[in-house]
Design a binder for this molecule. Structure first.
Ligand SMILES: [Fe+2]
Length: 411
């Protein structure tokens, strides 16, 4: 057994594998674009290394699409094959990733939380638990698991970024901002810390400061994966939008958000949809952008990876003039929901499906339909995940629909 950068034992005799695992840990915590290469390097050095295979599976499952699930399978199989021979920590992590692969999110959370309680320096387990809490709309859990952690010294800046986001999502803004700024002072290339501070500034309406803060660190985002690259620029765009500078928002959409997105990647698609929709609501002429954004979404119709993502896809499809595809997606969401156990079943059938119907109605200018479908579920949509900033879009859509009859009357 060799120890990784977090002081945690890795069941392998290959120091090259552990060296690559250390690179993967850093890449994962900084949302780096070399994460996949690093974990595959670890597996190339020791193909039987169970935890490396579990890391690879986690990386692919995190892509939130079918292709990722297919890529994750052989690595999960390999990790499970070795689970009896590895340490307690590795066992818990492998079981957590396996549960995720099976769609058992509560179980997955349970494994990662148990792991962090015994091995509090394992920041990948913290990050993994936070990921699941995020999509369960559980801000308290997201913060709590970070509070349980105790990182090794060299990991403190990255730990602060995880903790800062948890604090922000629990509205502990002062502490969140302090930690996010401290994390950045300790390690400037810390995009998740920049992001946490951006959330604080957004929540407090400090939009000019948000532009200054984010653009001052944007030069470090070139090494990010496309998800955080586009997401951090999305935050910059939101700040400009709040300041009324829609021309800059449109330019950022074209250059750094959809412009730099991997066009078939779910998170990048969601980002772009959420920004284009806000521009739409602001009355900005967006031209053919809905159409070019929605075209690749036809691959998403039957995936149902996450209800939060599906709500974005279905809106974009309807708004871009693909009503049949939007209808098919909702039918698939219903079918998917019926095949699930509770509480996921309720989340899909009682929340995501009516919300999707409301969003499609809005996209088609059916204000009454939008109001009727959205009103009952609006207070509960946080359970489908997303940050407070992302969730605000659903409320904005509802209020936009509610205002339309009055606007029409005035006209
Ligand atoms: Fe964010």
């Amino acid at each position: 057994m060799i120890h990784d950068v977090q002081g945690l034992g890795v069941t392998t005799s290959s120091s090259q594998a552990v060296e690559a695992i250390n690179q993967f840990i850093d890449q994962a915590l900084t949302y780096g674009c070399e994460a996949e290469a690093a974990v595959l390097k670890a597996i190339a050095a020791d193909e039987d290394c169970a935890i490396a295979n579990a890391y690879a599976a986690a990386h692919y499952l995190g892509q939130e699409n079918w292709a990722g699930q297919v890529q994750a399978k052989p690595h999960l199989k390999k990790a499970l094959a070795g689970v009896a021979q590895v340490s307690r920590r590795e066992q818990l992590y492998i079981r957590g990733i396996h549960a995720w692969g099976q769609g058992q999110i509560e179980q997955a959370i349970g494994y990662h939380v148990a792991l962090v309680q015994i091995f509090p320096q394992d920041l990948l387990a913290v990050q993994q638990a936070q990921y699941h809490y995020f999509y369960q709309g559980d801000s308290h859990g997201l913060l709590q698991v970070a509070l349980t952690a105790q990182p090794v010294l060299c990991q403190i800046p990255l730990y602060y970024s995880l903790l800062a986001f948890g604090l922000e999502q629990c509205h502990q803004f002062t502490q969140a901002e302090e930690l996010g700024r401290q994390a950045t002072e300790l390690r400037r290339h810390n995009p998740w810390a920049h992001h946490a501070v951006a959330h604080v500034l957004d929540a407090q309406g400090r939009h000019s400061e948000a532009v200054d803060w984010m653009t001052a660190h944007a030069d470090t985002w070139g090494a990010c994966n496309s998800m955080l690259y586009t997401h951090n620029w999305w935050h910059v765009a939101l700040a400009h939008l709040a300041l009324g500078d829609t021309a800059t928002v449109l330019r950022l959409y074209d250059s750094h958000v959809w412009g730099r997105a991997q066009k078939h990647t779910p998170k990048d698609q969601v980002e772009a949809i959420a920004l284009l929709l806000r521009l739409d609501l602001a009355g900005v002429e967006v031209g053919s952008r809905w159409r070019s954004l929605a075209r690749p979404l036809h691959l998403r119709l039957a995936e149902q990876a996450l209800p939060f993502q599906d709500l974005h896809y279905v809106y974009a499809l309807a708004r871009a003039g693909y009503p049949d595809a939007a209808r098919t997606m909702i039918e698939n969401m219903v079918r998917h929901g019926h095949g699930l156990d509770e509480p996921a079943k309720t989340r899909w059938l009682k929340l995501a499906v009516p919300a999707a119907q409301g969003l499609v109605a809005h996209a088609q200018g059916n204000w009454e339909g939008a109001i009727a479908h959205l009103r009952p579920v609006l207070p509960h949509l946080y359970r489908l995940g997303g940050s407070h900033t992302q969730q605000a879009l659903f409320r904005q859509l509802y209020h936009h629909a509610a205002e339309q009859p009055r606007r029409l009357a005035m006209a």
